[in-house]
Design a binder for this molecule. Structure first.
Ligand SMILES: *[C@@H]1O[C@H](CO)[C@@H](O)[C@H](O)[C@H]1NC(C)=O
Length: 367
């Protein structure tokens, strides 16, 4: 697929929705599914589509024989919780590349999508499949070293990767813990929708503040009252007050990103709206308390300057550093949201490839 239609798609989709032809998310889903690939093996990697329990996955297993058990990477694709699959050309390319470059077993994960399925369906699929993979007999079956398994994801896939990692590290049923997590321009909170990155990138390329709010609302509910309140930053109830310390950008964001923005506290209790999921760290990993964060493995976070989600990632860097989790942070000064999805098309090709190389080389050194 060419990049131009993908970049123009959000605009076309909003137009179609405005004239009542098709819902925004249905149109984008249709465009993205044109880009799905088959599981094609090549001379280096054997590729198969299968399921872990009932969760669809694509497995990439290097062909060359290996003396020792291999490293493994579990990858969650992005798409605003509403779109996409490991089958997309860009993710198939990335996962195949990772398998090859690291000589690792790679698992491309799917999960149920909104708006047909709301939270916690996506989290449950993630945790089910990851726990299945981390069992002794399954790791042995695929020739994986249980001490060298990483999890990663981009955008909403980064949200899921972060949430699943928090859970796996404290889950008494999981014997083999994750060695690393890598979060690529992840979304990690929605309780404050007026961060400096929301203000600076309100009309951002690919992802505007409005579209981000629209998509993340569908993850929780179809009720239009939520996105309406979120646009005004008045969607949280009074009993969520204690959570704002975890997303307080006046303390968690370095000067460089705060610039001259004034911190204002979100208005609580304005909306009749009260969804427990909006206070759940399994949906919004930045809301986890320090005790939960302390158990996290070594972490890689990549953020892009021109991205509404930029400050989510940067605040997670600060929160993890504050509790002593080793974190590497790459900030891409000319980066835009979703760059990895454009790796296989002419536009933004170089940016996507650069981000891929930064991520894969960190993995290679640390896994
Ligand atoms: C955020 O931090 C600022 C500065 O430390 C403080 O004045 C403010 O009360 C904090 N707000 C919340 C909601 O934690």
């Amino acid at each position: 697929m060419r990049a131009a239609p993908v970049l123009a798609a959000p605009v076309s989709a909003l137009c179609l929705e405005n004239v009542g032809v098709m819902r925004y998310e249905e149109f984008i889903s249709m465009i993205i599914s044109l880009d799905y690939t088959q599981p094609l093996s090549d001379e280096h990697v054997t590729v198969t589509d299968t399921a872990f329990v009932n969760v669809p996955v694509r497995l990439y297993i290097p062909r060359r024989t290996s003396e020792a058990p291999r490293r493994a990477v579990i990858y969650f694709h992005g798409g605003g919780f509403c779109f996409g699959s490991f089958k997309q050309r860009a993710f198939d390319f990335l996962n195949r590349w990772t398998a090859n470059k690291l000589d690792a077993v790679v698992v491309g994960m799917d999960y149920r999508l909104a708006p047909q399925h709301h939270f916690p369906a996506q989290f449950e699929d993630g945790i089910t499949a990851v726990k299945y993979f981390l069992q002794d007999e399954i790791l042995r079956k695929y020739g994986v070293d249980p001490t060298r398994v990483a999890i990663s994801g981009d955008s909403s896939g980064g949200t899921l990767a972060a949430a699943v990692t928090q859970q796996v590290q404290i889950d008494p049923e999981v014997k083999h813990k994750l060695k690393l997590q890598a979060l690529l321009y992840p979304g990690l909170q929605v309780i404050d929708t007026s961060l400096p990155s929301h203000r600076d990138n309100e009309h951002g390329v690919v992802l505007t503040r409005d579209i981000a709010i629209k998509l993340v609302s569908l993850f929780f509910t179809k009720d239009e009252a939520l996105p309406q309140a979120m646009r005004k930053n008045q969607h949280m109830p009074v009993e969520s007050r204690h959570l704002f310390q975890f997303v307080n950008w006046s303390t968690l964001l370095p000067d460089k990103y705060r610039k001259d923005h004034e911190y204002t506290e979100p208005v609580l209790g304005k909306s009749a709206y009260s969804l427990p999921a909006l206070m759940d760290p399994r949906a919004l990993p930045l809301l986890a308390d320090d005790a939960r964060l302390q158990h996290l493995p070594r972490t890689y976070i990549l953020t892009c300057q021109y991205d509404v989600l930029r400050d989510d990632g940067i605040m997670y860097v600060s929160r993890l550093q504050n509790v002593g989790v080793p974190v590497s942070h790459d900030h891409v000064e000319d980066g835009i949201h979703g760059a990895l999805s454009y790796m296989t098309s002419p536009l933004y090709l170089q940016l996507g490839l650069r981000i891929k190389d930064m991520y894969v080389s960190w993995m290679d050194k640390n896994l």
